[in-house]
Design a binder for this molecule. Structure first.
Ligand code: 2NL
Length: 335
């Protein structure tokens, strides 16, 4: 019979713990201490016991009843004392400021890059993120069997329609519809089939530049990249070009900026090289001009790319690209 007593006691203490407001009290009183409550109905079971055990059980039940009543009264009283004072509204208080949004850090950096290039005479051009095989690959001298397709694997909507892997298609479209001189940048979102890690995201942001006119040389390219480096990161930034290969440029180069953190002396960020890889550039390949309908005998041009995310990571000393896309308000509020 002790089990019955213990069971009621345990259930009661659990019920009491879930009480949050005075409204929760009455159901507990009814269930345990009411006329048909657990304590009262247990008294009725006394007759099931052998005679010699009855007085003991009755005594124990009486004690339980007193115990629960005391606890219940104390709990009810605690609510009485805590009842909230009547609220008064202070009509003279100033209103609450509405939450102000702000630009995403990538958009801020993109704005800054756009501002620098427009001040150098570039136009800003736009195009679709869903592209055709022709604009994304064929026209850029990347035929179906070219190994560069592997490196730029992307999401295909059909065999012919895909998510662009760079903003170069925008430049092809501009060359098709507009005669040189062309001096443009194409900023925007691009896609690659990549497993995300600290430096890879399946989507990221790129700015590509294109200048086409009579007599454009690699020296013009170097001058513009140099000017960009100075305005973006400061006048003491050095720029270097290393030979490289891209199907859409010839000759091709990759360019680096001297490390903005150690000024080229070597540190953890630049892995002690003093340099930070930015991206690639080169003179537009004649096959690209041909595909876009530009007279390669008359005109020359240079093109370059850069990652907005990468520039932003350098500018704000961020070591993981994924944080841009997590929408963590604690991160975003810092910009
Ligand atoms: C990179 C950097 C690059 C270009 C992009 C380009 C665009 C046209 C014609 C020729 Cl329409 N080139 N863009 C050129 C060199 C580098 O991007 O690292 N890409 C893989």
């Amino acid at each position: 019979m002790n089990e019955i007593i213990e069971k009621i006691r345990a259930e009661f203490s659990q019920a009491v713990q879930s009480v949050k407001s005075p409204a929760d009290l009455e159901p507990i009183r009814v269930k345990f201490l009411g006329r048909k409550g657990l304590v009262s109905t247990s008294f009725e079971r006394i007759s099931e016991l052998p005679k010699e055990q009855r007085p003991l059980f009755g005594k124990a039940l009486n004690e339980l009843k007193k115990e629960l009543e005391t606890q219940y009264e104390a709990l009810a009283a605690s609510f009485k004392n805590k009842e909230a004072p009547k609220r008064r509204i202070d009509l003279t208080l100033p209103g609450r400021k509405p939450f102000a949004g702000r630009k995403h850090p990538l958009l801020k950096v993109a704005d800054e890059i756009k501002q620098i290039f427009t001040s150098l005479g570039f136009t800003i051009e736009d195009g679709p993120e869903i592209e055709t095989d022709f604009y994304n690959f064929e026209a850029l001298n990347i035929p179906k069997t070219h190994p560069a397709r592997d490196m730029q694997d992307t999401l295909y909507i059909t065999d012919d329609i895909l998510l662009r892997t760079h903003t170069s298609p925008v430049q092809i479209r501009v060359m098709q519809r507009q005669k040189p001189p062309i001096q443009m940048i194409a900023p925007g979102r691009v896609y690659r089939r990549d497993t995300p890690d600290a430096s890879h995201s399946p989507f990221f942001h790129q700015v590509e530049g294109l200048v086409v006119d009579e007599g454009i040389t690699f020296a013009d390219l170097k001058g513009v990249i140099q000017a960009f480096a100075h305005r973006m990161f400061g006048p003491d930034i050095k720029v270097r070009f290393r030979p490289s290969f891209f199907p859409f440029t010839e000759p091709s180069a990759e360019y680096d900026f001297s490390c903005v953190f150690c000024k080229g002396k070597g540190c953890r960020v630049c892995k002690n090289t003093g340099w930070m890889e930015i991206s690639g550039a080169g003179m537009v390949h004649p096959n690209v001009f041909k595909a876009a309908g530009v007279d390669a005998e008359k005109y020359t041009g240079y093109a370059f790319g850069m990652g907005i995310d990468r520039i932003a990571m350098i500018k704000y000393a961020i070591d993981d690209i994924r944080i841009f896309f997590e929408n963590d308000i604690r991160f975003l509020n810092q910009f």
